[in-house]
Design a protein around this ligand. Structure first.
Ligand code: AMP
Length: 435
C-alpha cells in the first residue's frame, strides 16, 4: 500500500516524498482513514511506530479543509506530550509534514520564557504542541484559550500519568469544547488510562500496534554480568568498538549520567548527558550534537530520553537496569526504529539480578549472555578511573555521604580468559550464594 491510497492531499504527499517515506507503517495504514473521516481514535502504540505521522498527516488535511483562521490566543489543534523533547520532536515533524501548506506550528513547554510563549500564541496558532503544566500556566495567565480546539491529541498518556499530570489532564479536559476530534495514544492501558480514555473519547476507532514487548523482537539483545564498579570500564571499551556508530546510554540517575560522561571524556570518548537538571539550551545542544553525529554518545535518564527520536541509533546501553521492566523495552526500542535492526547491551551487577528476572518475565525471553570482553581486567586497568577535577561551578551537586556496604564482587577470570570470563563471573556468583 502507498500513501496516496490513503486519500491524503497532494501537498501532504509531496512532503512525504521529500522525507522519502515510501510506504505507510501499520499504524498509519489503520489510523489515517478513520481520522480523515473525523473519527476519534484510541491508539495503543509507542514511539517508533510512526504514530506522529499517523495523527499529524490527516489532521493537516482536516485543518486545511476547514479553512479557518485561529483567533488571537487560541489554537486549532492542541497536542499534549509528557516531555519537552517529545513536544519539540512532534512540532518538528508537523512542520516537515506541513511544509507545503499554510499552517502555523509552535511549541510551549517549561524551561522557555512566558514572553516567548506569548509570542507563539498571540496571533493565534493552528497547531500547538505543549507539555501540560506550561500550557495550563498560559491558560491561567489568560494567554491561551482552548475554546476553539478542533483536534485534541493526547500523546503518551501512560507516561503523563507516571509523571503526575493527571490533575492537569482532568483540568484540560474541562476546558475543551464538547465538539472536537480527540486522539488518544498510550503504549500501555492500565485502568487509570482506560478511565481517562473513556471520558475523553466518543465511539473511538481502536488501533493496536506493536504491543509493549515488540521491540524485543527487532533488537538484538545481550546481557553482561559485571561488578558495579567495573561498569564504567566496560562501557568505555564497548563504545570504542568501530561498529558503535551512535549510542544511547541509559543511567538510572542524573548524577550517575554526569559521572559516566565525565569518565568517558577522561578516556577520550566524547559524550553528552541529557536529564532533568540540564537547562533547556544544554538539552537542545546535546540532542543536536547527537543528531548531527558530532557527539555520537548520549547518556540519558529515562524521562529525558522519552521522545528522543533519532534515526541511526546503532546501540543502546543499559548502564543500569531500569527499576520498571517496561522501561527496558522502551529503552531498547530507541534503536531499531522504523523497521531497522539495532543492538542493545545491558550491564547487570549482582544486586540487579532481580530486575533482570522481571525483564525476562515481561518479555518472555531470556536475554542471551555476552561475556566480558577479552582481557577485560587488564584493559580496564589501563583506563583512567577518575575524572579530572572540574572547576567549582561545574561540580555536580553532591548528595550527603551515605555509608555503603562493601560491594560484592564477581570474580572475573584473569587476563586472557576471553569468552569464558562472563560465564566464569556468573558461576562464581552462584557459588557465593550457595555458600
Ligand atoms: P514516531 O513513532 O512517530 O516517533 O516515528 C518513528 C520514526 O519513524 C521517525 O523517525 C519517523 O520520521 C519515521 N517514520 C514515520 N513514518 C514513516 C514511514 N512511513 N516510512 C519511514 N519512516 C517513517
Amino acid at each position: 500500500m502507498s500513501f496516496d491510497q490513503l486519500g491524503l492531499s497532494e501537498p501532504v504527499l509531496r512532503a512525504l516524498a521529500a522525507k522519502s517515506y515510501a510506504t505507510p507503517t501499520p499504524i498509519q495504514r489503520q489510523a489515517i482513514p478513520p481520522l480523515r473521516a473525523g473519527r476519534d481514535l484510541l491508539g495503543i502504540a509507542q514511539t517508533g511506530t510512526g504514530k506522529t505521522a499517523a495523527f499529524v498527516l490527516p489532521s493537516i488535511d482536516r485543518l486545511v479543509a476547514a479553512n479557518k483562521r485561529p483567533a488571537p490566543f487560541t489554537c486549532r489543534m492542541l497536542v499534549l506530550a509528557p516531555t519537552r523533547e517529545l513536544a519539540s520532536q512532534i512540532a518538528e515533524s508537523a512542520k516537515a509534514y506541513g511544509k507545503f501548506v499554510k499552517l502555523s506550528v509552535g511549541t510551549v513547554f517549561g524551561g522557555t520564557s512566558i514572553a516567548a510563549n506569548r509570542r507563539t500564541v498571540e496571533r493565534g496558532i493552528d497547531i500547538l504542541v505543549a507539555t501540560p503544566g506550561r500550557m495550563l500556566d498560559l491558560v491561567d495567565q489568560r494567554l491561551l484559550s482552548l475554546k476553539d480546539v478542533e483536534i485534541f491529541v493526547l500523546d503518551e498518556a501512560d507516561q503523563m500519568l507516571d509523571l503526575g499530570f493527571i490533575h492537569a489532564l482532568r483540568r484540560t479536559i474541562s476546558l475543551l469544547p464538547k465538539q472536537r476530534q480527540t486522539l488518544f495514544f498510550s503504549a500501555t492501558m492500565p485502568a487509570a488510562i482506560k478511565e481517562l480514555a473513556d471520558k475523553l473519547l466518543t465511539q473511538p476507532e481502536q488501533v493496536v500496534v506493536t504491543p509493549v514487548a515488540s521491540a524485543t523482537e527487532r533488537v538484538e539483545q545481550h546481557i553482561t554480568f559485571v561488578n558495579q564498579p567495573e561498569k564504567q570500564a566496560l562501557l568505555t571499551l564497548m563504545l570504542q568498538q568501530p561498529e558503535v556508530e551512535r549510542a544511547l546510554v541509559f543511567s538510572r540517575t542524573k548524577h550517575g549520567a554526569d559521572k559516566v560522561v565525565k569518565l568517558l571524556g577522561a578516556n577520550g570518548v566524547a559524550a553528552n548527558a541529557i536529564h532533568g537538571n540540564k537547562s533547556q539550551p544544554q538539552r537542545e545542544r546535546a540532542l543536536a550534537e547527537f543528531k548531527s553525529g558530532k557527539t555520537p554518545v548520549l547518556v540519558a535518564t529515562d524521562i529525558a530520553a522519552r521522545g528522543i527520536d533519532v534515526s541511526g541509533v546503532s546501540h543502546v546501553f543499559n548502564f543500569d537496569l531500569p527499576e520498571v521492566p517496561e522501561q527496558y523495552v522502551h529503552r531498547i526500542g530507541r534503536t531499531g526504529r522504523a523497521d531497522a535492526t539495532g543492538v542493545a547491551y545491558a550491564f547487570c551487577s549482582e544486586d540487579e539480578r532481580g530486575l533482570l528476572r522481571q525483564i525476562e518475565k515481561l518479555t518472555r525471553k531470556k536475554v542471551p549472555v555476552q561475556p566480558l570482553p577479552e582481557r577485560f581486567l587488564e584493559r580496564a586497568s589501563q583506563l583512567v578511573s577518575r575524572a579530572p577535577a572540574s572547576p567549582q561551578s561545574e561540580q555536580p551537586q553532591r548528595r550527603p555521604h551515605q555509608p555503603r556496604p562493601p560491594a560484592k564482587r564477581f570474580s572475573a577470570r584473569p587476563a586472557g580468559a576471553g569468552a569464558g570470563a562472563g560465564a566464569g563471573a556468573q558461576r562464581s556468583g552462584r557459588r557465593r550464594r550457595a555458600r
